[in-house]
Ligand binder design. Sequence first.
Ligand SMILES: Cc1ncc(COP(=O)(O)O)c(C=O)c1O
Length: 372
Amino acid sequence: MEKNETLCEQHFPSFNPHVAQLPTYNAGLNIAVAKAISGRDDIARLASNENPDGCSPNVLQALASPAFEPWRYADPACTALREAIAESLGVLPEAIVAGNGSEELIAAISRAFLTAGETVVTVVPSFGLHEIEPLATGARVIKIPMTHSFGFDLPALQNALHQKPKILFLSSPWNPVGTVLSHDELVQIISALTPETLFVFDEAYVEYKDAKAPDGLKMLHEARVPYISLRTFSKAYGLAGLRVGYAICSAVEIARVVSAAKPPFNVNAAGQLAAQAALNDQAWMQSSVKGVRLERERVLQALTELGYRVAPSQTNFVFFDCGGDSSIVATELVKQGIIVKPWREAGYTTYMRATIGRDIDNDRLIDALRTR
Ligand SMILES: Cc1ncc(COP(=O)(O)O)c(C=O)c1O
């Protein structure tokens, strides 16, 4: 076949309609494209909530050690990693499922629990996969808008829970907003939950939350509701490129079925070794989190002083209203070599999410927004 031959005329079997109609995931702009547009090599990468500090040196050491055997299949059960996580949390290893990033676990959970026509409740704005993965199963997704003060609309969420949806997906700290569910809000959600609803409590940014924020996992555990907490090594531990996340399930049976819904060798050898090394270096992670929090407050204050309405944040990003179409503002920023994430969900297209990066990158963002 010629390389430029068109395949438009080809006949093929019909697609799964739920998948064919999926909205596109709003991923950050490709770096090569940003370099081409800006003519700069030093791109400020503030779109994907990566860690500006890199990762613990222990990770790189582990990957250079003889324990790393790329020619072998890695342990499909991630036994050593799951045991290490379980010990750090005081839970059973059998209640943990490891994933190729926590995004894979969102897909596995959807596949494990949902069938066409069932209902999922989440919020808007939201992490795209909380909607996309349920939709792929044919489920219906109800999205509760945030309040004017960047909070969760508790009465609306409680109402929706009274309809007994199959899954409630919420991230706390909340991507993209940055706020967390307070103790009282969690109590209200827990009291509205019935055993018919699984609470998927996505804690991808848990390490960044304030010390006084509630321990949601503990509260869910004590309330004995069906839940899965999702966590990741992509953010505070700086392993986004290695793809390791995990699910902490309220019942071993839930973990068993979620595990059955994922591919067998899903977490590769490098990821398993790296995640264990990262977990063992809590001092590195905590020092990185401390630096990011300080930078976050500096950026938040600077944007507020420039007149932007910025949501309070307990994460490694800030969410703000840029007063016009955020895609247009993002395009202006790319021309200066700065990539951020313009929000595309209906009702929120004036909002933008910017990762807390290195101080020089944050300064570039602040300066660019100042001179708009
Ligand atoms: C709320 C939330 N959940 C899950 C993920 C997926 O993370 P990963 O697949 O890298 O573990 C992200 C990534 O940005 C996120 O923001």
